[in-house]
Design a protein around this ligand. Sequence first.
Ligand SMILES: [Zn+2]
Length: 441
Amino acid sequence: MMREVEYFDQKVETASRDELAALQFKKLDALLKKVFASNRFYQNKFNKTGIALSGIRSVDDLHRLPFTVKKEFEEDQEKHPIFGTNLTEPLENYVQYHQTSGTTGKPLKFLDTQESWQWRGRVACHILKGAGVKKGDRVLFPFNFGPYTAFWIMYEGAYQLGNLIIPTGGWNSLQRLQCIIENQATVIPTTPSHALRLVDTAGEYNINIAASSVRILMLSGEPGALVPGIRQKLESLWNAKCFDYIGLTEVGTWGFQCTEDPNGVHIIESEFIAEVVDPETGLPVQEGEIGELVITNLGRSCMPAIRYRTGDLVKVKKGICPCDRTFRVLRGGVLGRKDEMIIIRGVNVFPNVLASIVESHIQPGDDYQIEAYKEAGVDEVAIKLETKEEGRGGVIQKAIQDEIKSRLNLRVEVKVVPKGSLPKSDYKAKRFIDRRKDSHV
Ligand SMILES: [Zn+2]
């Protein structure tokens, strides 16, 4: 079969590493000039370290600038309400408001200008094209437009690419399914759990979702297409290809899966500079070693994140992707959060690896939760499992336990819990609970 790779900007996406570094520096230099001139947050930060603009003469000099951590943004917004001091432009220039979910503290507010919003849309064009979206695809959005950015930027990307956009906010799952079928939607940005919820509803109403025109699911918000168990399940239920896109409100959406490598995530290096550092020392790790991802966004000078510590652990894959993009690939995408790594009897385990094993055994309507806790000072993990039909639990429980044992050489407790006892959420299922810091457990 002939390979058909879609590019948003083929020249940039397949540029040599030297050309890419030159492009990055051009954008970094323009960003830093603005930030040094009128961004109080970074002026203060850079003044403390005594670094001058003239000290940054290439991308390799970036390490001379200090890291930025989330706590600094939080304290800045706390001390300087409403929006903090990380604003390079006069407040009246900002046109878009978003905030983080606040799962680990008070939500952070982020603002975009018209210029930076267009940049964020361009980033989304890379993501959509990476997944093979073509002219004529119809993109249906099965969600409400809230303050979180993930779907907004896909909307902006689809708009910039010139695809038909079908909004279904405020509707229930059945109305959304009917809209998908009636208007022959082909691309759906959603969360994995909502994609499964739609399958459940389709089953209840005898709608054959696999026979629909949907050919691409764009997934975010939870572990999705990068987890083989979840990808295979969604791809077979929907008869569509699944792609993850990855980002953070603080920096923007920096990564996407292409059509040629289902196990990797490209960093959009024309718009972001990525470093992979040792989480303890902050020094760069060797290529191919696990480290923390540090991101500098190049197109959001109005409210930038410079050398931002994401807390995400990643591993750069060697070599060029079969799609011919020279943007580096992270094997397995984000392997886990720095603070989520569980060390069980000497084995490093990430919750999403356990999730992928569980996901490959459960069926639509089943649910689960992974809980890490401490017992006698050491990490332990338990998996709670809820099945749609009672009586099936025991079989799945054993299958999951056996697979964890054979793949990870670990004994993990899997408990079957009564139906309805796990919390349900449409968009961001809380599947990993970390109780290791709870003092009362
Ligand atoms: Zn690729």
